[in-house]
Design a protein around this ligand. Sequence first.
Ligand code: HEM
Length: 127
Amino acid sequence: GKPIIPYDEIGAETLSQLVDAFYARVAAHPKLQPIFPNDLSETARKQKQFLTQYLGGPNIYSEEHGHPRLRARHNPFSITPARAQAWLECMSEAMDEVGLSGKFRETLYNRLVLTAHHMVNESDSEE
Ligand code: HEM
């Protein structure tokens, strides 16, 4: 059959809800809140753009911000293994909240695990 683009499968509306549910948790998480800005609206806007292209939708992140260089963009922040785990927990709970399930959820989550681990730039002991 036709290849299914993950972005088409989730849809812009659910993706937007996912990102909002995610940052609501980030804002309340003791390990994450200290390294994020108080106002997460711009962060959420960029993350919606990024995940749109990460999932095969239009390249709206790069059109506005250039190549993602995601690991380099995280260099100013202390990304420890514990923070990567916290990030993934917030994402997993957000996925539950918006009702993602089954193979789509599993595949996306597994991809995000790899990306999150790739962002780690400090050990837990230096936290
Ligand atoms: C930006 C933390 C993983 C995508 C940021 C910012 C922080 C952060 C503190 C800056 C927010 C701001 O100033 O607006 C973390 C932590 C992670 C993590 C602790 C744990 C591993 C990820 C992953 C992705 C991602 C897995 C992609 C799936 C982004 C994007 C931005 C961002 C797109 C905005 C970059 C820009 O300024 O254009 N992250 N992040 N992050 N993060 Fe992460």
